[in-house]
Design a protein around this ligand. Structure first.
Ligand SMILES: O=C(O)CCC(=O)C(=O)O
Ligand SMILES: [Fe+2]
Length: 211
């Protein structure tokens, strides 16, 4: 029997995914270290850097994918949208893992995730993304936000660039440690990227969407 067929017949509980779901239910966010191994991070970072150096990134904008406006006082990162249909090997690896999570969420939580969109992001020194809600971007179909950090191993607290999530209880500062992913409720949690003080901050950010 192929693995795929087996999966369709028997539901296998995944402890990591169960932890993510628990976290989301209790606190509306989940921080997972080593979601991507250090080898996978290297592969993904090299893919990002190759495209960044080929100048395929553009200045980020606010608004929806089709209704964009550039405002450097809000955000200063450079982005490149990923296309799953023409994914290179690194991106195939990325989407395999993300799809595993999406399928699990749909099976266990009936989240009804039908679409997803992801982009690479580079925040050069001095850039930031002011406090916002991801659904301000004219997109109320965004259900879960996912950020995956691709920085070098030696990302130090003094480099800045923390993701700060504003919960009812606290302001949570999360360092963009390589391999770490952060998942949170797009429609509920405001967040920001603090000023990057040294180095270039590299990531993949995306949204799981309904309808
Ligand atoms: O890079 C991050 O930590 C968060 C990015 C973000 O908030 C966004 O792109 O909407
Ligand atoms: Fe955001």
């Amino acid at each position: 029997m192929t693995e795929e067929l087996f999966e369709q017949l028997e539901f296998v509980e995944n402890p990591l995914f169960e932890t993510i779901i628990d976290n989301l239910l209790v606190q509306q966010y989940s921080v997972v270290n080593n979601f991507f191994s250090s080898e996978e991070v290297v592969v993904l970072r090299n893919s990002l850097l190759a495209k960044y150096e080929a100048e395929r990134f553009k200045k980020s904008a606010i608004g929806s994918k089709t209704n964009e406006e550039i405002d450097k006082t809000v955000r200063g990162d450079f982005i490149l949208w990923m296309d799953e249909n023409s994914a290179n090997q690194a991106e195939q690896l990325f989407f395999r893992k993300i799809n595993e999570l999406v399928n699990y969420l749909n099976k266990t939580c009936f989240l009804g995730i039908l679409h997803k969109e992801f982009h690479y992001a580079v925040y050069p020194t001095g850039t930031f993304y002011k406090r916002h809600l991801d659904t301000f971007q004219n997109d109320d179909r965004r259900k879960l936000s996912i950020v995956c950090y691709l920085n070098e191993d030696n990302w130090l607290p003094e480099n800045g660039g923390e993701l700060t999530i504003y919960t009812e209880k606290e302001d949570l500062d999360i360092l963009p440690i390589p391999g770490r992913i952060v998942i949170f409720e797009s429609q509920i949690l405001e967040h920001e990227v603090k000023v990057v003080k040294a180095s270039e901050r590299m990531s993949i950010t995306g949204w799981l969407k309904t309808r």
